[in-house]
Design a protein around this ligand. Sequence first.
Ligand SMILES: [Zn+2]
Length: 151
Amino acid sequence: MRCPVCGHTASRVIDSRPVEEGSAVRRRRVCEECQARFTTYERVLPVRTVRKRDGRLEAFDPDKLRRGVEAALADRPVPATAIDDLVDSVESALPSGQVQSDLIGRLVLERLRLLDEVASVRFASVYKEFQGADDFARELAELDGIVSPPE
Ligand SMILES: [Zn+2]
C-alpha cells in the first residue's frame, strides 16, 4: 500500500480490527520509509450479475473482463498496471446488483479510448459482434469521431 506522504510502497500493519459489523477490516499502517501513519479499509466488493444481450444471466467476472481487455491490447505498448487500473475502474463504476453487458462494454470502451486508440477500435469491433451493427455505429458516433474507423 503506497504511503500517502512519501509514496513508498512498503508499510507495516500496527493494528487491525473488524468494523461495520464485521463487513470491513480497518488497518492502521506505518510507512517503513517516513514512519507516517495511515489507515486502510478492506471490504468485500458487491456481488454483481450481468444480463447478456440474449437475456442470460451470469456472475460478473473481472478476470474475464481483463482477458478481453488484454486481447484488445495485444502487442500494444501499455503496462500491465494500466490494465489493472482500467479493470478496477470499470468494476468500481458498475452499480451493484444486476448490470447490462452493454454498460460494461461502454465503460471499457470509454477507458480504452483514453489509454490506446488502436486497442479501443479492436475492442469495439469485438463488442460489435454481440451488439449488432446499428448499436456499433451509434457507439462510434457517440465517441464523437475520436475513434476513426479501421482502414
Ligand atoms: Zn512514507
